[in-house]
Design a protein around this ligand. Structure first.
Ligand code: GDP
Ligand code: CA
Length: 323
């Protein structure tokens, strides 16, 4: 059985995984999920990217939105607002609240996040092994100008405040994974990478999703040293993110928003192969010059079949690299 490891963020990762599972239903898939987006709200631990993967693969996702539960209601949020208790900018529905209550309760009882995630997945049966990148708390913060204080002062805000409340409307100067230095990979993460037949970077955010996972001490080295081919798919198509504001966080780390620049950012030390969209076929030569095998194929995840074709192209490139 083919062992595939995928380093996944939220929507881009989850949608790709659905196509991958359709392409290779018998594969043994381990997902290493980003937890840098995690946030404490109303006393509850919220893990947006783990939940997006779990709900998407478990059939509970709000399809059009791409995150949160289908058939949501917002009574709890309205009641909190009636008490004047925010934040009001983070959308937590009633069904979703239950997940965060169970998670917080288990964490308070002493279970590590990896065990909690496994327990939540016992209900959702995502069909993959979903591991948080770490059991330790890591929170991505974004350095921005402090408009209140003026005179060039800067401040760090939580990633969700930058992304959801501010819609990345101001420039990011730096991305800071608070807690990463002292963190360890969750149990099973390094083992899964070492035992993989293929490691995939789905079209997830290269900085605040895949980049954050790679920033957990030991993970980047494990991927670089993996015997398996490492193949990525570009989240940047035609010089812009397909969805969201990845260009803002790429700029913060000095990377242009092009498919080739993202490949060079990961580098040939990590990546063996890179898929760009057909519209970026002109970038193939540049990526190959950087020592990364590259192919141009359609990369729009319009439906499961189109996404499965992307997954097959990634696995075919892995075979080519191996040969
Ligand atoms: P998030 O945590 O919910 O932001 O999700 P991810 O980090 O997993 O993925 C976000 C990235 O997915 C964005 O940078 C998008 O450009 C990318 N993305 C979304 N839909 C598509 C698609 O259909 N094709 C490609 N190539 N990228 C996509
Ligand atoms: Ca995310």
């Amino acid at each position: 059985m083919q062992r595939i490891v995928v380093l996944a963020g939220g929507i881009g990762g989850a949608r790709f995984l659905r196509g991958l599972m359709s392409a290779v239903p018998d594969a043994d898939i381990t997902v290493i999920g980003n937890t840098g987006d995690d946030i404490h709200l109303f006393g509850l631990k919220v893990c947006p990217d783990l939940d997006t993967v779990m709900y998407t693969l478990g059939g509970g996702i709000h399809e059009e939105q791409g995150w949160g539960r289908a058939g949501e209601s917002f009574a709890v949020k309205e009641e909190l607002a009636a008490y004047g208790v925010g934040p009001e900018w983070f959308g937590l529905g009633d069904r979703d609240f239950a997940t965060h209550i169970v998670r917080t309760q288990m964490l308070a009882a002493g279970y590590p996040l990896s065990a909690v995630t496994e327990a939540l997945c016992a209900r959702w049966k995502p069909g993959v092994r979903l591991l948080p990148m770490s059991d330790d708390r890591i929170e991505t913060h974004v350095l921005i100008d402090d408009s209140e204080s003026g005179d060039g002062a800067r401040k760090a805000v939580h990633f969700q405040e930058y992304w959801v409340r501010m819609r990345a409307s101001v420039d990011a100067h730096a991305i800071i994974p608070v807690g990463a230095e002292q963190a360890k990979p969750a149990p099973g993460v390094l083992e899964a990478i070492a035992a993989a037949d293929v490691v995939l970077f789905p079209p997830s955010n290269p900085v605040v999703s895949v980049g954050t996972i790679l920033g957990v001490p030991g993970v980047r080295e494990a991927v670089a040293d993996a015997a398996a081919p490492v193949i990525g798919l570009s989240p940047i198509v035609g010089g812009a993110p397909v969805r969201g504001m990845a260009d803002k966080v790429l700029a913060a780390v000095g990377v242009e928003s092009t498919a080739a620049a993202v490949a060079r950012h990961y580098g040939s030390g990590l990546l063996d192969g890179w898929l760009v969209d057909s519209v970026d076929a002109a970038a193939v030569a540049e990526v190959e010059e950087a020592g990364i095998r590259c192919r141009a194929v359609p990369l729009m995840m319009t439906d499961v079949e189109a996404t499965a074709a992307m997954a097959r192209a990634a696995l075919a490139l892995a075979e080519e690299v191996r040969a």
